[in-house]
Design a protein around this ligand. Structure first.
Ligand code: ASP
Ligand code: MG
Length: 425
């Protein structure tokens, strides 16, 4: 897991202690602000929160699919747009929702003010399209909160140390929300979305999937990293690093969702909490790789220099001093990966490669795995009983992942969900 280095401005300097004790950060996703009616409903929810005596910082995503639409628009103009201009374009989506939401709040006589990422003090590094937050200077937000104003902040964006507008990567509004909650030391960060929480599997595939009421940061990290799309991975890393309790809940109903916070692990922990899957990666196999020191280092340095997100890596036993190495990368990085592998400077002997798009990953995640042997054996038995062949395996202390053929993924997820006793009655 990448480590986040961030300094958050010490809120004690700015924010009145009483205000902070009552402060909540609420994030509303694209569907939640997808139409004028939905924006009005969000405003009602915020007004009700204010009425209960809370100070509120709101983070919004762009309306509905508008980020995708902006990307399509750019694609019609240029196949290789400058990162700076792409970010300038994409940040427009969140500006629209923040301004409309403030108007809706004013209609309800709630004082509110909108802030771009830059105005909210979200300082990032300079990598356009996937910038990392390095600092939060929340002074302006603190001033507005002290005047009893609701702060509405555009998610997914910041300003770089060289004063360019940046975006934080798809789904980045979650990260904005958690970072602000950390910087302001808010009591909680509520993530309002179109599902009622984090589920034990994707409900579109497993109709007996159930909502999980509590997860540890580590479990949520594994779930987010292996295909659970409810929360952006970086947001979870932030929450863990700064101990921000996160509540993922539905913007369409008041029911309690899923709490993600520091959990004491104990013997009662479910061995497996969730079964996730991801079909967005491709598998590469490098063949005839010389089995000698420094070769893997050279290969993965070259891939990493191109900022490719390598995932599972498996090296086989060698014969005649040659071996093969397989790894997975996101499918949309396939072309870039091929470019690296075909770069002459990179040539290592007679090495060749194959890529396979017909793969998917199934993972089982659970904090109780630490103290319960046999989880992997059960997983492999269940897959065998479904006649599913395993191509790659990787594990962490609370996760086991396998790569299988794409067409086997859904069947495997359903069978595992049931085998680990996760099916709801
Ligand atoms: N609007 C951005 C996206 O669609 C950021 C977000 O929704 O979190 O990825
Ligand atoms: Mg989103």
């Amino acid at each position: 897991m990448p480590v986040i280095f961030i300094s958050v401005s010490t809120p004690q300097f700015f924010l009145d202690e009483q205000i902070r004790a009552q402060l909540v950060v609420q994030k509303y996703g694209g569907t939640s602000v997808g139409t004028p009616e939905r924006i009005k409903a969000v405003a009602e929810n915020i007004a009700a929160t204010v009425k209960r005596g809370h100070s509120v910082v709101v983070v919004v995503s762009a309306m509905g699919a508008s980020t995708d639409e902006l990307i399509d628009l750019a694609d019609k103009i240029s196949k290789n747009p400058p990162g700076r201009e792409m970010d300038m374009l994409l940040t427009a989506g969140e500006r629209i929702s923040m301004a409309l939401l403030c108007m809706a709040l004013h209609e309800l006589d709630v004082e509110a003010m909108s802030f771009t990422g830059s105005q909210a003090g979200i300082i990032t590094d300079t990598s356009h399209g996937r910038a990392k937050i390095v600092e939060v200077r929340a002074k302006r937000l603190c001033e507005a909160l002290e005047k009893n104003q609701v702060c509405v902040v555009a998610g997914f964006q910041g300003v770089s140390s060289s004063a360019s507008v940046t975006t934080l990567g798809r789904g980045g509004s979650d990260t904005t929300a958690v970072a602000l909650a950390a910087a302001l030391k808010a009591s909680a960060c509520e993530i309002y979305t179109d599902v009622s929480g984090v589920y034990s599997a994707d409900p579109r595939i497993v109709d007996k999937a159930k909502k999980l009421s509590n997860l540890s940061y580590d479990e949520m990290l594994e779930i987010a990293a292996t295909g659970g799309r409810v929360l952006a991975l970086r947001a979870v890393e932030f929450a863990r690093n700064f101990g921000v309790p996160v509540h993922v809940r539905s913007s369409f109903s008041p029911e309690t969702g899923t709490w993600i916070r520091d959990e004491e692990s104990n013997m009662e922990d479910p061995v497996v909490s969730a079964v996730t899957h991801d079909t967005s990666e491709v598998k590469f196999t490098l063949e005839r790789v010389p089995d000698e020191p420094g070769v893997a280092a050279k290969i993965f340095r070259a891939l990493s220099d191109e900022k490719l997100n390598i995932d599972m890596i498996v090296q086989n036993i060698s014969t005649d001093g040659l071996t093969d190495i397989s790894f997975t990368v996101p499918a949309d990085e396939r072309i870039k990966t091929i470019a690296v592998l075909e770069d002459e400077a990179f040539e290592t002997g007679s090495m060749g490669y194959q890529s396979n798009e017909n793969v998917g990953r199934i993972s089982v995640v659970g904090a109780g795995m630490k103290s319960n042997p046999g989880v992997a054996a059960t997983m492999f038995e269940v897959l065998a009983s479904q006649d599913i062949n395993i191509q790659m395996i990787s594990t962490s202390s609370i996760r086991i992942s396998v790569v299988v053929a794409k067409e086997d993924v859904e069947r495997g997820v359903v069978a595992l969900h049931s085998a680990y006793g996760l099916d709801s009655e």
